[in-house]
Design a protein around this ligand. Structure first.
Ligand code: CTP
Ligand code: MG
Length: 162
């Protein structure tokens, strides 16, 4: 499970920590006259997120392949997880903008799980996980999200605990 979570989480959190300024949608609007993706999706965050996820996958594959039980084409699988996580997050924002939800406004489940769902979906081109494992991953992610927000709040990185 950790081998699935790492590419997803590293890609997603790198995008968050290293987000830039230039918007990925170049401030363009969709035909509905609302932002395509919004201010929260930047070129820098998108590419560094994918890159960091891929780098993590490369290192895991390099050091652990043959030593711990890990699928033979973990490298390819992990790349799909990392790229899918970033794309899933973009799709999440695309959906939010279509629903007229402002950038940064929280949407329960969509915000926390968009990257997991699409990451695992793209990954399934190479390797399908069981429905049970998928549910466990979603629940773990929701708990991890709550926990990290609470920690960020405690160390005053964030003003509100959510
Ligand atoms: N980020 C980025 N590029 C991405 C994804 C995230 O630069 N592709 C950065 C942005 O600085 C963003 C932050 O990570 O503000 C948090 O990401 P997220 O919560 O997904 O974006 P929101 O700002 O909440 O916007 P949205 O309403 O579209 O989810
Ligand atoms: Mg958000």
């Amino acid at each position: 499970m950790v081998l699935i979570l790492i590419p997803l989480y590293i890609a997603n959190s790198t995008a968050m920590f290293l987000g830039g300024k230039t918007r990925l949608d170049f401030s363009l609007n969709f035909p509905d006259n609302k932002p395509l993706l919004g201010e929260g999706k930047t070129i820098k965050g998108t590419f560094l997120g994918m890159l960091a996820g891929m780098l993590a996958v490369y290192l895991i594959n390099y050091y652990f392949q043959g030593k711990v039980p890990i699928i033979e084409n973990y490298f390819e699988y992990g790349i799909l997880l990392a790229v899918g996580a970033i794309l899933g997050d973009l799709i999440g924002s695309f959906i939010k903008r279509r629903m007229d939800i402002e950038r940064g406004k929280p949407v329960l489940l969509l915000d926390q799980l968009d990257f997991v769902i699409f990451g695992v979906f793209l990954g399934s081109l190479i390797y399908s996980i069981s429905a049970e494992l998928f549910i466990v991953i979603c629940v773990v992610t929701l708990i991890a999200h709550k926990l990290s927000n609470w920690i960020a709040f405690k160390i005053k990185l964030k003003k509100v605990p959510w």
